[in-house]
Design a protein around this ligand. Sequence first.
Ligand SMILES: *[C@@H]1O[C@H](CO)[C@@H](O)[C@H](O)[C@H]1NC(C)=O
Ligand SMILES: *[C@@H]1O[C@H](CO)[C@@H](O)[C@H](O)[C@H]1NC(C)=O
Ligand SMILES: *[C@@H]1O[C@H](CO)[C@@H](O)[C@H](O)[C@H]1NC(C)=O
Length: 405
Amino acid sequence: MITICIISLLVSSVTSQLTHGQTRVLYESFDPPTLNTSLWNYGYPWGTYYTHRANTNQRLVRVTQDGYLNLTAIKERSITLGVMTEFGPLDIDFSSGAVNTNGKFCMKNGFIDITLRVPPTESTWPAVFLVPEDSGRVPMLTIMEAFDSRSRYAYGFKYTNSKGEVEEQNFIADNKQTSDNLHRYGLDWGYDQITWYYDDKWVNTVTKSDELKQVDSLCLVIGLGVGGKAQASTINAAEYPSVMSVDLLEVWRPKYDGFYKFRNVQTGLLLEIDSASHDWSASVLQWHDNGGDWQKWHVQYAGHGQFRLITGHSRFGLDNPGSGVADGTKLIQYPYHSGNNQLWKLQIVDESKPDIVQLINVYTIGNADTPKLVSVPENDTSAGVQLHLWRDMNSDLQKWQMIRL
Ligand SMILES: *[C@@H]1O[C@H](CO)[C@@H](O)[C@H](O)[C@H]1NC(C)=O
Ligand SMILES: *[C@@H]1O[C@H](CO)[C@@H](O)[C@H](O)[C@H]1NC(C)=O
Ligand SMILES: *[C@@H]1O[C@H](CO)[C@@H](O)[C@H](O)[C@H]1NC(C)=O
């Protein structure tokens, strides 16, 4: 009992780090008796088969009494068809299950966590991925797929490059058991980078700002393939039926996304750029609300529960110059380069006032004696004063009301 409590505490504390600044928008635990068809469609968004040897069939998708989504692959021909795939010509001589959320639940940016058990049969190809709502297959974000050994899995990103060619980045996560038990596969999707997790542990981060910019809303697919990418593993029909079980799917989305004004709780003045400057290193001040674009901030989810704040007029980022760690480090705008000194945690101080936040510089978390907040200097709270970083004094001079535009 005690052990169980400790484990669940650990898991939830890691998860709350990963989902800081986000709201859970989906909790699907596959409760019996039937699949929730307000959320799920059967098959793939584009039809019943894909680049493997199984035709999918609603009959092979089951929500079990104990609350799993079971997808079962069997040696049974349900279609007389072969397909030409990137893995060569394939005869579709098996049947299996797949589900997707096309047109029912699609998203951009946030954190997805899925708990599942991969079938032990190495010739199956279980996969969880995200594809566009128009039934296209590019861009595609793959959360996990297993197509050979069950002690590793693959993940990746498929996109169109600047020359208009489809390009893929695929990775293997080695020494990760997939079929022995249920495991969690996480994907953290920020505006310029994606991070994969296995059982809440970091696996890899890929930064692709130009490519991720073209990615619009994506919808989820969970499928159990046979052969195809798994064709290197010979198919032994005696190993079928083979079952993939999904226990839980959770999705979080950023709490903040879009343009905001930041009004200081004590002074009532707005976070702005001095004289609407377009200069690198121009000062960040507080000033009276005048409707200027230099008082509007584009808040975008960067991943890891962190955000960037981009000015409306110059498109520069709110920046802690030189990654300062001292109290009194003065704030500027600077071209955005994905530095931790340009990333911010938006910390709600009082849950009853969720629009009021502290702006914590990410670089100072762990690098300074204590994390530093965007603050109006205590000794000069006048309009026009340059804002600085200061340790948390539980002062209203360090609290900002976010006004959505
Ligand atoms: C089915 O899914 C919809 C959409 O996510 C959700 O609103 C509803 O509560 C779900 N129903 C059940 C019984 O879980
Ligand atoms: C669901 O799949 C698991 C294997 O992952 C299996 O043990 C269980 O019997 C299946 N449940 C049903 C009702 O088929
Ligand atoms: C306020 O304190 C800072 C040091 O934190 C100092 O540089 C500045 O001169 C002081 N301003 C006034 C008006 O006293």
